[in-house]
Write a protein that binds this ligand. Structure first.
Ligand code: NAD
Length: 350
């Protein structure tokens, strides 16, 4: 039986990935601190579902605690490590940069030190489409220039890519960085646009639509994303030999987009929520907000060449599953998302 260490297992993506690995017969060590960036009850509820499945071991802790991940890897000997624990959110990083230094910079350093000592067969870490920043060339390709001055969150994730690249090269650790695009689906994050729109529409509150709706996002359904992660897990990089992978000139390292590959107009996404919920949105059209981008769009070519990946879920189907889960989980009313993280930056996901 293979063992996977998943950091951020109580988080949105970590929960879905862990559940899928357990269903496949993996033993999963789920590591998380259940912090209160958003409602910790949602994290506890996700993890309770994982704990009901045999071969799930829950470990509470902070990734930045010196030596803790190394201790866990020494004890549990995971062949695969997927590092998803991070302080996410673009807007939140403006007011709370220290959380990003602790979780993303120091936490990733601790993870890399643990990997250096215990050498998993494959180390996979989450980066983000936010590293493309103010890049306006579409679709975003891994070989494009990255541009992180618009967000401190993106700066820490770009730093994670550089840190992981150095460790992969120096200590010969096969390493994959994922660049995720706006991920949505059941058990989704309450600080992100799909939640903010759905809760407002179901409660008949107005929603803010920036740039008068002239925006597109590469909304990625969480099960498609997990499928992409899973395929990449089985294809560790072995060096610079992957055709077209010019990002890996030295060492077994690469960065790979995982998106839907098809940007969706924001108004179409809202229309899908209206259709799934049977309610009409009260849209308040507003101008573009500084720092926001008009579109995100993943070029999935490298992922497709490496794994044969193709997304399987239409926005209509994905939104229907999300709204169904939302109604089931929250019943009559959803708790308000924290006001400090609301706003258009949420649309950039991440
Ligand atoms: P999430 O916030 O739901 O999950 C992250 C989990 O990590 C949380 O459960 C949190 O409690 C845990 N965590 C945070 N800091 C920690 C620390 N210091 N020690 C231990 N645990 C800690 O976010 P998510 O949407 O599941 O995202 C997973 C990863 O993917 C993150 O690295 C995020 O930056 C990245 N990402 C997500 C998206 C998206 O659209 N959801 C897009 C791009 C990138």
């Amino acid at each position: 039986m293979k063992t996977a260490l998943v950091t951020g297992a109580a988080g949105f993506i970590g929960f879905h990935l862990s559940r899928s690995l357990l269903a496949e017969g993996f033993r999963v060590i789920g590591f998380d601190n259940h912090n209160d960036y958003y409602d910790p009850r949602l994290k506890a509820d996700r993890e309770d579902r994982l704990k009901d499945i045999p071969n799930y071991l829950s470990v509470r802790g902070d990734v930045e605690t010196r030596g803790l991940l190394s201790e866990i890897m020494s004890r549990e000997k995971p062949q695969v490590v997927v590092h998803l624990a991070a302080q996410a959110g673009v807007r939140y990083s403006i007011d709370n940069p220290r959380a990003y230094v602790e979780s993303n910079l120091i936490g990733t350093f601790e993870l890399l030190e643990a990997a250096r000592a215990h050498k998993p067969d494959h180390l996979l870490l989450a980066s983000t489409s936010s590293v493309y920043g103010a890049n306006t060339k579409m679709p975003y390709c891994e070989t494009d220039k990255v541009d992180t001055q618009v967000s401190f969150y993106a700066a820490t994730k770009k730093s994670n890519e550089a840190m992981a690249h150095a460790y992969a090269h120096l200590f010969d650790i096969p390493t994959t960085m994922f660049r995720f695009f706006t991920v949505y689906g059941p058990w989704g994050r309450p600080d992100m646009a799909p939640y903010l729109f759905t809760s407002a529409i179901l409660e008949e509150r107005p929603i803010k639509v920036f740039n008068h709706g002239n925006m597109q996002r590469d909304f990625t359904y969480v099960e498609d994303l997990v499928h992409g992660i899973r395929l990449l897990m089985d294809a560790p990089p072995t060096g610079p030999a992957v055709e077209g992978d010019s990002l890996s000139p030295v060492g077994p390292w690469r960065a790979v987009n995982i998106g839907n590959g098809q940007p969706v107009p924001l108004l179409d996404f809202i229309a899908a929520i209206e259709e799934a919920s049977g309610r009409e949105a009260q849209k308040v059209m507003l101008p573009m907000q500084p720092g926001d981008v008009v579109a995100t769009w993943a070029d999935n070519g490298l992922l497709r060449r490496l794994t044969g990946y193709a997304p399987r879920t239409s926005v209509r189907e994905g939104v229907r599953a999300y709204v169904e889960w939302f109604r089931d989980y929250y019943g009559a009313g959803a708790p308000a998302a924290r006001s400090s993280v609301q706003g258009p930056a949420m649309l950039r996901g991440k």
